[in-house]
Design a protein around this ligand. Sequence first.
Ligand SMILES: NC(=O)C1=CN([C@@H]2O[C@H](COP(=O)(O)OP(=O)(O)OC[C@H]3O[C@@H](n4cnc5c(N)ncnc54)[C@H](O)[C@@H]3O)[C@@H](O)[C@H]2O)C=CC1
Ligand SMILES: O=C(O)[C@@H]1CCC=N1
Length: 273
Amino acid sequence: MQHRKLCFIGAGNMAGAIISGLVDSGYPANLISVCAPSGKNRDPLASKYGVKSSDDNLACAQEAEVVVLAVKPQLMADVCKSLQKEVDFSGKLVLSIAAGINIARFHSLLGEDVNIVRIMPNTPSLVGKGMSGLYAPKAVGPQDREYSSDLMGAVGKVCWVDTEEGINHIIATAGSAPAYFFLFMEAMQAEAERLGFSAEMARMLVEQAASGATALVAASPDTPLSQLRENVTSKGGTTFEALKVFNQQKLPEIVSEAMQAAITRAQEMEKQF
Ligand SMILES: NC(=O)C1=CN([C@@H]2O[C@H](COP(=O)(O)OP(=O)(O)OC[C@H]3O[C@@H](n4cnc5c(N)ncnc54)[C@H](O)[C@@H]3O)[C@@H](O)[C@H]2O)C=CC1
Ligand SMILES: O=C(O)[C@@H]1CCC=N1
């Protein structure tokens, strides 16, 4: 992949996950800088991964070939307005990982000509198991598309969506999704502890069952998920009774409603920020 000079504006959970995955995958740390007002999050990234750390968004963005906008959506307008005043974006690629800020809004904040790709990553990027959805307007050229794909490909899998609306669907399906699985695993761990397992043992049981299940999914690309479920579900057995409860409580409908709620919130944020 091309190794361009890369600057992260924001040093939080998601920027940290991407930086860590990138450096681990061989992206030169001396080409990466990370900016945030306080050193609390960025300094540990600098000492752990050897990237540059700064409180000066403008200088870092000016120096960089690629600027990753990685602040919370509610701060994005202020951050972009101050960048727009001082930084010449011509020839640069801007990547936004923010939920709920669309390209039209970025054009109004950074200028109509800004060369911008939207990326919706997730935190498993930290361990090279990320899933990122990307969207770019037609004006973005093939080299910038390839760079964006390769960058996120260094920390996991990537897919492109043809319409910007697709980014909100990626949020619901992958960006927010690690939290759904964590909630499910938390609930299982809590019940395992009530059954008398120590916290450590309960976590191990849940973690290994979950990672074993996802490994089976990955190892069986031609097997429908429903078949993998049925393989566990003996007739008249224990799994059947457990799944009956999930279905009686309408788990598929709950999942659908939760994913739709994520999309609705992303749409609201597009109006709010
Ligand atoms: N956390 C996640 O799982 C995902 C987050 N995202 C998006 O990533 C973005 C960042 O989210 P998180 O990393 O979770 O947030 P976070 O709160 O962990 O990090 C935000 C960072 O921005 C920094 N910051 C605050 N004001 C700043 C300023 N004026 N200039 C530069 N940096 C500033 C903060 O110090 C902090 O390091 C959000 O827009 C979110 O929608 C996207 C996908 C997944
Ligand atoms: O909760 C959020 O808004 C962000 C976007 C996807 C995951 N975290």
